[in-house]
Design a protein around this ligand. Sequence first.
Ligand SMILES: [Mg+2]
Length: 375
Amino acid sequence: MQVTDIETAVLGSAVEAASLPAQVGDRELDISSVVVRIHTDEGITGYGESFYRSEENNQFLARSIESMGTHVIGKDPENVKDIWHELYLHVKRAGAYGALSAIDEALWDIKGKDAGKPVYQLLGGQVGEVNAYATFPADKTADELVEYANWLHEKGFEAMKIGAGFGVAEDRNRIETITNAIPDDFGLAIDANTSYTYTDAHKVAEIASEHGVEWFEEPIAHTDIQGQAQLNKDVDVPISGYQTHTPHYPALDHLKAEALDIYQPSLDYVGGITGATRVAALVESFNKEMVPHALGPAINYAASLHVAAASRQCELIEFAVLDDDIDDPGEYIAGPYIENRDAIHVEDGGRIDPPTEPGLGVTIDEEVFEEYRVD
Ligand SMILES: [Mg+2]
């Protein structure tokens, strides 16, 4: 089989952009995306997806995918690892990790469709169960968050993640208010998106430890491996991160330093399925946990589910609840261009499984796809 053509499409968001509730500048959670379609001479088309969180940046990502794609035309798409490494040589100089990720996902989609099997089968099959935790990226007061926590707990989510980084006093108020009010079997996780100094992160981490917070995500600069290792050693709350890292190579430095207890690679950025499964293998050998960062749009989210299901150290995955006014918070609402989007949903009780159709297991509704297309 040979790759004959690579097309990109920039899609507008199906949901309102939400502010990420952490003090790290004007970060908006915008689920507009770039879809790559890799065509082959055998008529199989693979879909992959990545996103840079704004339409403007996504135009750049689309050009980047097209530029990287020139190295893929004429190649056998079955040789994902070979192609991944050739692209990595270009990417490590040009920084096109989103492009590498989307192309890798589309190649795995082709492999699965050609084999007539879902990707998680090609990765070794499902290992255990994966449950979802809810990221709730809404600008709410602590009291309002308590109400929503009960709604999410009723659905079966294990935990809710909220933004941190509002300063020690405000973070203390939010952590205390919420943990004192939520049910015992429902957890709270906090995410500072790399925004704290070491000193303030340490204070918040102590408060989080006292209140049994599930994890403290990206407390300080992701580049400060020693600082994260020191925090992880000093406080009870598990320190988590890795969504800002590319690809799997830096995971080894973090693991050797014991910098993180929970690894959260982001498929749209870490190098797709190939990058994430390699993080998983490293994490397994150090007996740590993997909980993929997965805020992304639908094709990329499906790819994340395949990796989660096939990874031994993964029992939990992120699921963004992007609307607080829907009946079922387990419904996936960010991908209207997926015909079978019911294949992505959190069951009552919290379990989530990958789609079972061949490849990534999502079918594109071409009409809706064109409606969302902006480039
Ligand atoms: Mg995060």
